[in-house]
Design a protein around this ligand. Structure first.
Ligand code: SAM
Ligand code: SF4
Ligand code: SF4
Length: 326
């Protein structure tokens, strides 16, 4: 398998703030360097202009909680005026009817976090259903959600406006790594396959998951996402963090360049830097992955988790189980 350089920036996730109104124990922002910050209006508009210059029309607004940013509405109006396709990733707790009505035509999709059925979550989803606005749901794959999966599925399956249900494997937050047990992975994958057969909705795992965590031929049917670091074809969701730096991935503590200040030459340099970073990563991949027939699609699971847990990118993904399944 050869290293293929990438033209890396195709879709940008912009973090509007590091602040949040809730405190999820698993939140990956806890492991990120940087101070508590809201992006300034000027910086945001410069970022949008630069994205436009580069021909990048897909923007995902995230955070922290993007609805905490006091300029969110003017950001949306600016993006809309410049023909961007806008997505918002949110915990859903601060969205109200007035906002949804006002921006009904402006937002391409809302991605609402739905890790368990709380009253707050149900209220938010009911609002979208009542106003007939499309949305998708993100659910962390944890023991708790796997335990409640049948009940979550029957709720989600009955929602008319829910268009895509994405499961997210949990990245380790500071001091916490909830390693999924083999039997939970098995139950989860079997359930997901069952739901995919029963439901017309899009349902899949939306972040890097090693195919050999369970039977690879089954896992590959429910994994949608390729790691940004090795992704040569799909639109890549690169992050511009709340301090204006471009990152290859939301959780890796690696900044490629200052997205607010770069000039065109620097951007080309940034592209080069990114490819150098990928190339050096590629060299450190576990041997077993390099020779694995699933590598092209699996990409060794998650490299960032290897770095967080073991200090470098060379370790096998902790969920991988090649000896058992390959
Ligand atoms: C950091 S949040 C920011 C947006 C918003 N506050 C929310 O929770 O949807 C972006 C997405 O990352 C997910 N997320 C947060 N911590 C995670 C972790 N440790 N592993 C996987 N996904 C995580 C959230 O559930 C959410 O879907
Ligand atoms: S995952 Fe989202 S809602 Fe939860 S603490 Fe992090 S930013 Fe806030
Ligand atoms: S051995 Fe590596 S590349 Fe192959 S399925 Fe497992 S994690 Fe993926």
């Amino acid at each position: 398998m050869d290293f293929k350089p990438s033209n890396y920036l195709k879709q940008a996730k912009i973090e509007l703030t590091s602040r949040c109104n809730v405190s999820c124990k698993f939140c990956y922002l806890k492991i990120r360097n940087g101070s508590v910050n809201d992006i300034s209006g000027n910086d945001f508009f410069s970022i949008a202009d630069r994205l436009k210059e580069l021909g990048i029309a897909n923007v995902r607004l995230s955070g922290g909680e993007p609805f905490l940013h006091r300029d969110l509405q003017s950001f949306i109006e600016y993006l809309r005026g410049n023909a961007f396709r806008i997505r918002i990733v949110t915990n859903g707790s601060l969205i109200d009817e007035k906002f949804l009505r006002k921006f009904k035509e402006s937002i391409y999709c809302y991605h609402i976090s739905f890790h368990k059925k709380t009253r707050r979550q149900i209220k938010c989803i009911e609002l979208f259903e009542r106003l007939n606005i499309k949305y998708s749901l993100n659910t962390i794959i944890a023991q708790e959600s796997i335990g409640a999966i049948d009940s979550l599925f029957s709720t989600v399956n009955s929602l008319d406006n829910m268009v895509q249900w994405t499961f997210l494997r949990e990245f380790p937050a500071k001091g916490i790594f909830n390693r999924l047990r083999d039997k939970d992975i098995a139950r989860f994958i079997e359930k997901l396959l069952e739901f995919k057969n029963k439901s017309k909705k899009e349902i899949y795992i939306g972040n890097p998951f090693p195919f050999c965590a369970y039977f690879p031929e089954k896992v590959r049917k429910v994994v949608e996402y390729k790691c940004n670091l090795f992704n040569d074809s799909l639109p890549s969701d690169f992050t511009i963090d709340f301090e204006g730096y471009l990152r290859p991935c939301s959780i890796i503590n690696y900044r490629i360049l200052d997205f607010i200040k770069f000039d065109k030459k620097e951007f080309r340099e940034g592209n080069k830097l990114f490819n150098l970073f990928r190339k050096s990563l590629y060299k450190t991949l576990p041997d077993i992955c390099r020779s694995c027939r699933y590598f092209d699609k699996c990409h060794s699971g998650c490299r960032a988790i290897s770095e967080i847990l073991y200090g470098d990118f060379s370790h096998l993904d902790p969920l991988a189980n090649p000896e058992k399944y390959l």
